[in-house]
Design a protein around this ligand. Structure first.
Ligand code: ADP
Ligand code: MG
Length: 295
């Protein structure tokens, strides 16, 4: 007997490096009218690098000390930004102390106790402004203007410094976005927890104009629902724990498998196993062809 077209398409998607979890998902993929991308780890490679440590006035310590405290906590995080901080500390030969009481707030940052001090590494938006102070705000704005992700390092509530981190666009991002724009008739949207300046700069380079920045995980869900309320059939693509709720809310959730968090892989309907964005338009096209055979 010959294989039903949708099952054949699932097998074919596998050859493109995409694990489609069911024939139903395979069928739905072809009805996508709008794709929503996460930024870090999805449109970017997810291998960010620390570019700079900026000390804040009154830090009372050296740059390496800020990095040491931050990396001690980030060592326990699975976020791509965390590996940039840990790698930078390694490169500088900094020995990392143990951290206790680790906690992560998806889309915000991490915190832990290092040598009896509460250390937080988080987005500027997650720092209450009176404590962040005008100096921190100026440094953050400066780093963001050049397209960096800025994260603040606090020790017992006092901001010590700001880290400037940058991630490279995936080589295939622009072509992938162009192919999806052709297939769905509309450019994808960008949903990110990062700042607007960095998000807009990157979006321009890949051909995305609809940018929603500074989003918490629940805001990403809101953005997906908002598109759906306007009649769109949304495929949401992401890699992080922060993306899992949006992937679950979307018509089709697609996880980038390379560095994807466990929870995200489970929330997804399809997983891009071979770390290549251009597999997504390829699989949508496969679904369309299979649907034409079925109906
Ligand atoms: P994106 O949507 O671009 O993938 P996230 O939602 O994961 O980004 O994170 C949003 C922001 O929260 C980051 O830009 C960063 O400022 C902060 N953040 C999240 N996790 C961490 C972490 N482990 N260390 C430092 N900052 C973090
Ligand atoms: Mg991400």
């Amino acid at each position: 007997a010959t294989m039903p077209p949708l099952l054949a398409a699932v097998a074919n998607a596998g050859r493109h490096g995409v694990l489609v979890k069911s024939a139903v998902v395979m069928e739905q993929l072809g009805t996508t009218t709008r794709v929503a991308f996460d930024k870090t780890g999805t449109l970017t490679r997810g291998a960010p690098e620390l570019r700079e440590v900026r000390l804040l006035p009154g830090a009372g310590c050296a740059e390496d000390e800020v990095l040491r405290l931050a990396a001690a906590v980030e060592r326990l995080s699975e976020h791509p930004l965390a590996s940039a901080v840990v790698r930078a500390a390694d490169l500088r030969g900094i020995a990392l102390p143990a951290a206790d009481g680790f906690s992560a707030q998806p889309g915000r940052g991490v915190s832990g106790v290092v040598e009896d001090r509460r250390v937080r590494v988080c987005s500027p938006a997650a720092v209450d402004s009176p404590r962040g102070g005008p100096e921190a705000a100026a440094v953050v704005a400066d780093l963001q203007e050049r397209g960096d992700t800025a994260v603040v390092v606090l020790c017992d509530g006092r901001p010590l410094g700001v880290l400037g981190i940058t991630d490279q666009l995936r080589a295939e991002a622009q072509a992938g976005v162009a192919a999806l724009t052709r297939l769905t008739g509309a450019a994808p949207v960008l949903l990110t927890g990062d700042n607007r300046a960095a998000a807009t700069r990157l979006a321009e380079r890949v051909g995305i104009t609809d940018v929603r920045a500074d989003l918490l995980p629940e805001d990403k869900v809101g953005a997906v629902r908002d598109l759906q309320a306007r009649g769109q059939r949304v495929a949401a693509v992401g890699d992080g724990i922060n993306d899992a709720p949006a992937l679950a809310a979307a018509h089709t959730g697609i996880a980038m498998g390379g560095a994807g968090a466990d929870l995200t892989l489970r929330a997804a309907d399809a997983i891009v196993v071979r770390d290549d964005l251009s597999a997504i338009p390829a699989v949508i096209a496969l679904s369309r062809r299979a649907r034409r055979v079925v109906t």
